[in-house]
Write a protein that binds this ligand. Structure first.
Ligand code: C5P
Length: 269
């Protein structure tokens, strides 16, 4: 009986997805479970520690993020190792940033490993983004990094940004997100404070990934993330994925912390 209802439920949801795809953000929210929103960054120095967290969290998160530290120390074999034990997606956070030809080749080399996402920086303009997008073999989605969540107004001024953008980070994020969309990227990485505006201005189909997430129970002084929001607020504002590292990694019980984050996300629906 339960199986029958599950099947009916599945068919119903699939029908909704087919008929309303891809315009209705709520359809996607129905299809996804709360844990599917969670991206756990494997910000860890070695294979054993990284795989320890994969083992602990493989049922509790939607994607594992392999960033520079782990990818440089372990190489692509870490992706296969994660896949061997988990069905979670792979978010390859290489934050590519170089001349267009080099980014194009690096993206192509990264996509051989079939990650769900690869990140590319927006900072040098649309040529870099376009060079990756136009040479995408198809199975990997390109996410453009807009403004790192560790940056604030003062830091942007120091970097030479005009007041118009340094004083209004949202305007800068939107400008970069528009560039990314026009260049053919699938989505952007932006803070939970800007995601609502990005979705509203550029449409629900542009994927929004939000780092700088802090559940209320983990707020600490001196956090290096500046533009932070809670998981529930991020999803409520339109985030498709939330990157949550230290609040889960450094918890006494990481699996329980991930479960609490998923519960918080569920409360946002
Ligand atoms: O939650 P926590 O601050 O520990 O998350 C850190 C992770 O978020 C790192 O892997 C970092 O690369 C990622 N991050 C990101 N984009 C930003 C800021 C942080 O992907 N704009």
């Amino acid at each position: 009986m339960v199986v029958f209802f599950d099947r009916v439920n599945y068919l119903l949801l699939t029908t909704i997805e087919i008929h309303f795809k891809p315009h209705n953000i709520w359809t996607r929210k129905i299809m996804k479970t709360p844990k599917d929103y969670i991206v756990f960054p494997l910000d860890l120095p070695d294979y054993d520690q990284a795989m320890g967290y994969v083992e602990t969290l493989k049922e509790s998160v939607g994607l594992f993020k392999v960033g520079l530290e782990l990818f440089i120390s372990q190489g692509p074999k870490i992706i296969d190792a994660i896949r061997d034990v988990s069905s979670a997606g792979i978010f390859l956070d290489l934050k590519l940033h170089d001349i267009p030809a080099t980014v194009q080749r690096a993206f192509k080399a990264a996509s051989v490993h079939r990650p769900t996402f690869v990140t590319v920086h927006c900072d040098e303009g649309d040529d870099i983004l376009r060079s990756a997008a136009e040479n995408n073999p198809g199975h990997t989605k390109i996410l453009a990094i807009t403004v790192l969540t560790s940056l604030n107004q003062d830091k942007l001024k120091t970097l030479g940004y005009r007041d118009e953008y340094a004083n209004d980070i949202s305007a800068l994020v939107l400008q970069k997100a528009r560039l990314a969309k026009d260049a053919g990227c699938h989505g952007v990485v932006c803070s939970g404070l800007e995601v609502g505006m990005v979705k509203q201005s550029l449409g629900p189909d542009l994927i929004a990934v939000t780092p700088g997430i802090r559940p209320a129970w983990t707020l600490v002084d001196q956090d290096d993330q500046q533009r932070i929001v809670t998981p529930a607020d991020a999803v409520r504002n339109g985030s498709d994925y939330v990157v949550i590292g230290r609040p889960i990694r450094d918890a006494k019980d990481p699996r329980d912390a991930a479960k609490r984050v998923a519960e918080e996300i569920a409360s946002a629906f």
